[in-house]
Design a protein around this ligand. Structure first.
Ligand code: NA7
Length: 538
C-alpha cells in the first residue's frame, strides 16, 4: 500500500527549459524539496524541441544566457553572435550540469492534471505514465511556445512521404538533397528553415498564407578579441538590458520619426538595416510602435529593400505584407532569405490566391493543380501561450477548470498568478512581460520575484498565497491600457492570441504585457514592497 502513496514535495515545477531550470535552482537554494517534471528526455525546453535546420537566436547570444551565475558567465563562450540550436542546447545542458539540476528532474513525464486539494492546501499532480505527486506549490514553466500546431487542412495525415513539424524535428539529420520539398508557414521558424532547405533541396516550394516583414540578422562568429570584450563587459551588458523595453541590448530611439528630417531618418534606417540583430525593430524611432503614419514610413523603407533584393517584381510583391505594418507581428530575422526566391530551385505560392484544397498520399492539391512532393514541412507555429495550459487539466478552488476560466481570454495577476488557483505560479504565463522580449531576461525577473515571495512565506510561516479577483481585474485593465497604445495589438498574430487552426481563437485577446520589462519590474517590486498587495497570504 505504501508504494501507492504519491511522492511529496514542497514545489513541483513543470518544464525543464530556461525558466524551470532556474526556478529549481532558486527554490532548492532556499532549502525547498523540489522536483521538475519534464516531457522530454533532456533539459532545454525550446532548444530541446526546435531542432529544425536554421533554428537560432534572434537575441544576441551574450544577452540571452543566464545573468545570475558568474560561474556560468565566466566559463561559457558563445561561438556566434546569434548562436544556433545545437549550441543553445549544449548551453542548457552545461548550465544544468553546473547547477547540478538533473538529480531533481524527472524526464519523460508528461503532466496531464493538477488539482488543488483545498483541505490539504496542496496540489495533486498526475502524469501520463501514472506518476502521482503532491506539493504545496505548483509552478508552470511550460514556455509560451511549446505546443506545436498542425494546420487544419483536409488529408493532412494522408501524405506518405517524409513529413515534419519544425517543433518536433527528429533527433537525427534530415537530408533535403535533391528532394522536392514543400514548406507551409513563413513565420520566424519558416523563414529560418527555408534559408537552409533552399541550399540543397532539388526543388523547394514555399506555401505562404501571409508574408511577414523580415530583416537581416547579420550573424557572425565571435572573434577571440570580441570574446574577451564580452566577458569583461557582462555586468554592463546585463545592467543595460535591465533598462530596455524588451530586455534586449536594443531599445527604441528617443526621437520621433515624424519629427526627424527625411534624410536623417533614411540614414538611420539604413544604419539599422545594416546592423546585427533586432535594432531595426526594437531600436527604431519610438513612434514606429504607436503611430500608423510613422510605421508606414518605416514599412515603406523595408518594402523598398525587399524589392531591391528580390529580382522578380511579382515575387517581391508577394513577399511584402499588405495587411500589417513593420513590427506589428513578430519580425523574423533572416540571412539571405529574400535572395532564396532568386534561385531556380525555389518557388513561392501565395495560398490565398491559390488555396490548398487538400493534402494526399503524394503531395498537395492546390486550386491550380496537384504537386508531388517527397517531403512536407509544417512550420505552422504553436498553440501559443494558452495551449500549454489547456493540455493539462488544471483545477483550482471549487474544482474550477483553468481552461473554463480562460475560455473568453486569460486573466491573471502580473501574469504570475490566477485568482482561484492558489499556490500556483505561471512563469511565462499570459499577460507577463517575459513573453514579449528577450525571454530569459523576463524569466530571471519572474523567478527571482517568485523566489522572494516564497522566502517571505517561509520566514512568516505562511502556506497559502492567492491573487484576489480585484487585483486580477486591475491587472487586466493595465495590460489592456498599455497594449491598446501599441500597433501590434491591432494585428492578427500569436501576440494577440489569433490562431485559425484552433477553435475559438479568432478573436484577439490580451496575451502579452507590452509596457516593457522595466515597468513590469517596477510593478512587481511595488507589489512586494506593499506586502504583496493584491494577494491573500495565510
Ligand atoms: P508563427 O509565427 O505562428 O507562424 C506560423 C506560420 O504558419 C505563419 O506563416 C502562418 O500563416 C502559417 N500557417 C498557420 N496555419 C496555416 C494554415 N492552416 N495554412 C497555411 N499556413 C498556415 O510560428 P513560428 O513557429 O514561425 O514562430 C513562432 C515564434 O517562435 C516566433 O515568434 C519566435 O518567437 C519563435 P499566417 O501568418 O497565420 O497567415
Amino acid at each position: 500500500m505504501a508504494n501507492d502513496q504519491p511522492a511529496r514535495f514542497d514545489a513541483i515545477i513543470v518544464g525543464a527549459g530556461i525558466s524551470g531550470m532556474y526556478m529549481l535552482h532558486r527554490l532548492r537554494e532556499q532549502g525547498l524539496k523540489v522536483q521538475v517534471l519534464e516531457a522530454g528526455d533532456d533539459v532545454g525546453g525550446t532548444w530541446y524541441w526546435n531542432r529544425y535546420p536554421g533554428a537560432r537566436f534572434d537575441s544576441e547570444s551574450w544577452s540571452y544566457g543566464y545573468a545570475f551565475s558568474r560561474e556560468i558567465l565566466d566559463e561559457w563562450n558563445w561561438s556566434e553572435h546569434f548562436s544556433g540550436q545545437p549550441e543553445n542546447l549544449r548551453y542548457c545542458r552545461f548550465a544544468a550540469e553546473k547547477l547540478d539540476l538533473k538529480r531533481d528532474i524527472r524526464f519523460e513525464t508528461n503532466v496531464v492534471s493538477a488539482h488543488f486539494d483545498e483541505a490539504a492546501n496542496e496540489w495533486a499532480i498526475a502524469a501520463e505514465d501514472g506518476y502521482k505527486v503532491r506539493a504545496r506549490l505548483f509552478i508552470t514553466a511550460i514556455g509560451p511556445l511549446s505546443v506545436p500546431q498542425m494546420p487544419v487542412i483536409e488529408g493532412v495525415d494522408d501524405f506518405e512521404g517524409e513529413s515534419w513539424h519544425t517543433a518536433r524535428w527528429p533527433h537525427r539529420p534530415v537530408s533535403f538533397e535533391g528532394k522536392r520539398v514543400a514548406v507551409i508557414g513563413t513565420g520566424a521558424t519558416g523563414v529560418q528553415l527555408i534559408q537552409e532547405v533552399a541550399k540543397t533541396a532539388g526543388h523547394l516550394t514555399v506555401l505562404q498564407r501571409r508574408p511577414n516583414w523580415c530583416a537581416p540578422l547579420h550573424n557572425s562568429p565571435i572573434t577571440p578579441e570580441e570574446q574577451a570584450d564580452i566577458h569583461s563587459r557582462y555586468d554592463e551588458i546585463y545592467a543595460h538590458c535591465r533598462t530596455t523595453h524588451g530586455g534586449f541590448i536594443h531599445d527604441a530611439d528617443p526621437r520621433r520619426l515624424l519629427e526627424t528630417p527625411e534624410n536623417e531618418r533614411n540614414a538611420f534606417f539604413e544604419q539599422k538595416y545594416a546592423e546585427p540583430g533586432f535594432g531595426i525593430w526594437m531600436g527604431n524611432f519610438r513612434d514606429t510602435f504607436t503611430s500608423e503614419e510613422a510605421n508606414r514610413i518605416l514599412s515603406d523603407f523595408v518594402a523598398r529593400k525587399i524589392r531591391e533584393r528580390v529580382k522578380d517584381p511579382e515575387t517581391a510583391e508577394k513577399l511584402i505584407p499588405k495587411d500589417h505594418g513593420f513590427g506589428q507581428r513578430r519580425v523574423p530575422m533572416e540571412t539571405r532569405y529574400y535572395e532564396v526566391y532568386n534561385q531556380d530551385n525555389v518557388d513561392l505560392i501565395d495560398i490565398v490566391a491559390d488555396p490548398i484544397r487538400r493534402i494526399d498520399r503524394t503531395g498537395i492539391e492546390l486550386e491550380s493543380g496537384h504537386r508531388d512532393f517527397d517531403m512536407i514541412i509544417f512550420a505552422t507555429g504553436f498553440d501559443a501561450v494558452l495551449g500549454g495550459f489547456n493540455r493539462i487539466d488544471i483545477r483550482g478552488l471549487g474544482g474550477q477548470r483553468l481552461s473554463d476560466k480562460w475560455a473568453e481570454g486569460p486573466t491573471t495577476y502580473l501574469g504570475l498568478q490566477v485568482a482561484g488557483f492558489p499556490n500556483m505560479f505561471t512563469l511565462v504565463g499570459p499577460q507577463n512581460a517575459a513573453g514579449f522580449g528577450n525571454i530569459p531576461r523576463g524569466i530571471e525577473q519572474n523567478v527571482e520575484w517568485v523566489a522572494g515571495l516564497v522566502r517571505h512565506m517561509l520566514a512568516n510561516g505562511l502556506t497559502y498565497v492567492g491573487a484576489t479577483p480585484e487585483a486580477e481585474a486591475d491587472w487586466l485593465d493595465e495590460v489592456a491600457r498599455s497594449s491598446d497604445k501599441m500597433l501590434l495589438s491591432k494585428a492578427d498574430s500569436w501576440f494577440t492570441g489569433i490562431n485559425r487552426n484552433v477553435e475559438g481563437r479568432s478573436r484577439r485577446v490580451y496575451l502579452l504585457y507590452t509596457a516593457g520589462m522595466p515597468a513590469f519590474r517596477e510593478k512587481c517590486d511595488a507589489v512586494a514592497r506593499d506586502g504583496y498587495i493584491g494577494m491573500v497570504l495565510a
